[in-house]
Design a protein around this ligand. Structure first.
Ligand SMILES: NC(=O)c1ccc[n+]([C@@H]2O[C@H](COP(=O)([O-])OP(=O)(O)OC[C@H]3O[C@@H](n4cnc5c(N)ncnc54)[C@H](OP(=O)(O)O)[C@@H]3O)[C@@H](O)[C@H]2O)c1
Length: 242
């Protein structure tokens, strides 16, 4: 049996997802770099393979269940298991704004990708994660999902008007804690990672942290020991308040 660990990262063609793929590759994983657009995905794969990493591209649009099923079927046939799933893909659509103004379509599309997509991917890959015996699920969250921080009027998080995004990531936190409860004792640890504000297309290129710095917390959670925590959300400097 192939003992190299297999990790799948969604939205791995750019930003934090590509850096998570790179760092997991550097840690010795075979990385399945999932991208919704095959061409964009292949560009990232080429870059990482040129660095000597074991990275394979896979087409996966988290909002398209047929593509999710096809990707899971391919991983099952090729590897028979999955050791790490990183649910990284997400959007902040144009038009995301305050609760009093946000349009229903903006809410729908945000939840379609960030929540329903994440849950659909997780369900599709869960049998393969169970086959691994010991497995890790990491969901990318955000400090903007923290009720404690957004509820603190002195916190910078309380000034950001992205209701659809914030609410979607709060739902990701709930998916994290509830799935961790479901899977307790199975060897599958489920945690969420807040990368901090990183210089990516989403975070804005003038953000204080690099995508590589943001990726590090997710990689740490993807490589936890068997006695590691489950059902929490972590930033670089420790647990984030819910
Ligand atoms: N950057 C930050 O400051 C920050 C802060 C807190 C949390 N986060 C979280 O960190 C994660 C990565 O963010 P990022 O800054 O790297 O964002 P990004 O640069 O915008 O990259 C997002 C990735 O998700 C992919 N994606 C979007 N919709 C998808 C879909 N339907 N199916 C598959 N892939 C899809 C994108 O693919 P395309 O290239 O095809 O669009 C891209 O690869 C997200 O979950 C984000 O919420 C980021």
């Amino acid at each position: 049996m192939n003992t190299t660990k297999i990790a799948l990262v969604t939205g791995a063609n750019k930003g934090i997802g590509k850096e998570i793929a790179r760092q997991l590759g550097q840690a010795g994983f075979t990385v399945l770099a999932a991208a919704r657009d095959q061409e964009r995905g292949q560009l990232a794969v080429k870059e990482l393979v040129a660095e000597g990493l074991d990275v394979v591209g896979v087409q996966l649009d988290v909002t398209d269940q047929a593509s999710v099923r096809a990707a899971a079927g391919w991983v099952a046939a090729e590897y028979g298991r999955l050791d790490v799933l990183v649910n990284n893909a997400a959007i902040i659509p144009a038009g995301d704004t305050a609760v009093s103004e946000v349009e229903a379509d903006v809410l729908r599309s945000t939840f379609e990708t960030n929540v329903i997509g994440l849950v659909g991917v997780t369900q599709a890959f869960l049998p393969l994660l169970r086959n691994a015996g010991e497995a890790r699920i990491v969901n990318l969250s955000s400090a903007l999902a923290s009720f404690a921080l957004v509820g603190d009027r002195w916190s910078r998080m309380s000034t950001v008007l992205l209701f659809a995004y914030n609410a979607s990531k709060a739902a990701v936190n709930m998916a994290t804690v509830m799935l961790a409860n479901e899977l307790r004792g199975t060897g599958i640890l489920v945690n969420a990672a807040d990368p901090g504000q990183c210089a990516t297309d989403m975070g804005g290129l003038d953000s204080p942290r690099t995508a590589a710095e943001g990726a590090a917390v997710a990689v740490r959670l993807a490589t936890l020991d068997a006695d590691g925590p489950t059902g929490h959300v972590y930033a670089e400097d420790g647990r984030l308040p819910w």
